[in-house]
Ligand binder design. Sequence first.
Ligand code: AMP
Ligand code: GLY
Length: 437
Amino acid sequence: MKVLVIGSGGREHAISHRLALSKKVGEVICVPGNGGTAHEEKCRNAVPPAGMTLVEGAVEIAKKEGVDFAVIGPEDPLADGIADALWDNGIPTVGPKAKGAALEASKDLSKVFMKKYGVACADSETFTDKEAALAYVEKKGAPIVIKADGLAAGKGVVVAKTKEDALKAVCDLMDGNAVGDAGKKLVIEEYLQGVEISVLAAVSVKSGDEKNATIRPFLPARDHKRLLDGAQGPNTGGMGAVCPLSDVTAETMAQFEERIMKPTLKGLVAEEMDYRGFIFFGLMITKDGPKALEYNVRLGDPETQAVLPMMDFDFADMCLSIIDGSLGSFGMKWKSGFQVAPVVVSGGYPLKYAKGKKISLDEKKIAEAGAKVFIAGAVEDSEGALVTSGGRVLACSAHGETFDDAWKKAYSAIDGISFEGAFHRNDIGLPGAAESN
Ligand code: AMP
Ligand code: GLY
C-alpha cells in the first residue's frame, strides 16, 4: 500500500515511521515532510505543485501517486477541508471533515457541543461584545480563563490570576491586538484546578452507520509545555512527553470514558459528523474527576512521539479500521513499560532563535540507548546535511520496562545529539515536572 501523510512536524515523522513499520505499507509519501521523513525508511517527501494550496496539492499528489489512504497530521488543513476534498476525490482519509474539525477551530462551538451532550467541562460563557465580557469578568473575579474563539497557534488562552490581568486580556484579544480576528469572539471560562493530561484516541464515526460508531482511547500521556525544568519559564509548543502516566488511576480513566468520551461520541453521532480520524482530549484532573479543557481534532505534538512507540499493533491496520468502521473490534494491544520523549529546541526558543545550525547525531550512542529520534524543525541542506529550521528541532524517544529505564535511555541518547544553541529540559516525566495549578 501507498500512504499519504500531511504535515511537517515531529508528529508527522512519528506517524510516517509507524506506518512504514507495517509490512503492508510499501511507501509513505510525506507532504511536505521534513529532514526526518526524507531519511526514514520507505518514506519520501513531496511538495504541492507551485501555485496550489496544500488542499489542492494533496489531492493532486494523492491521485498521481495512487495512494490507498491519507493521514492528516495538523489541524489547519483539516479546518480548511482537506479531508472533504480527499474523500470527494475517492481517497479514504484519516482525519475529520471540516464540520468535525470545527471542534478545535472554534472554542465556542466546542463548548456548545460539550454542554449540549453533557461532557464534563468548565462552566463558561461566550461573548462578542467587549463591554459585556468586561462586566462578566468584573462579576466573576479571578482566577478566570479567557479564550479566543478561533485558532491562534496556542496564543489565544490567558489563564488570568488577577481581575486586572483578565480585564486586560479581554481588551487585548477583543481589540484584535493579540491574535487578530481569532479574538473577536471570546469564551470566558471557570478556572479549573488540577493537573493536566492528554488522552489521544482513534475515532470512527460515519454518518448513516451509527452501529459501528466508536472512540478507542490510547494510553494517557502528558506534554510538558513550559520551557524550563520544574514547569517554569514561558509556554512553548511542548518540551517533551511521557506515556503512560503513573499518576493517572484506572478510576480516573473510567470516569473519563463515562463523563467525557461517551458523551462526545454521542454528540459526534447525533450531529452526523463524518469523523474518521483522531481526537485529542485535553483534560484537567480536578478533585471532582477529569474535566475536558478542549478537543483537538488530531494527534498531539509531542505526545504522538511518546504514544505511538507504545503501540503493539499495526498502525496502518488501525487506520484502515477507522476508515472501514471496524475500529470497535480492532485489537489494540499496548507494550508494557514507559516511553519518554524529551524535545531538543533551538537556543532562544520560544522567542527569537537561529536557524540553519548543523545537527550532529551520534548514531551509535542513540542506537545503544535504543532510542528513536523524531525530527520536527530540521531540513536537509543542499549537501544533504540535517540543519535546524524551527524552534522545536527534534524529540528523542526511548522505551523502558520501568519509567527510570526509559528516562535514562532517552537522556543518554540526547547526549549524542548536538547543534549550536541546543537546549532541552532535564526533567521530562519526573515528579514536579508537570504543570498544575
Ligand atoms: P486550551 O487551548 O483550551 O487547552 O488552553 C490552553 C491551556 O490553558 C491548557 O493547556 C491549560 O493549561 C490552560 N487552561 C485552559 N482552560 C483552563 C481552565 N478552565 N482552567 C485552568 N487552566 C486552563
Ligand atoms: N501537545 C499539545 C498539542 O498538540 O496541542
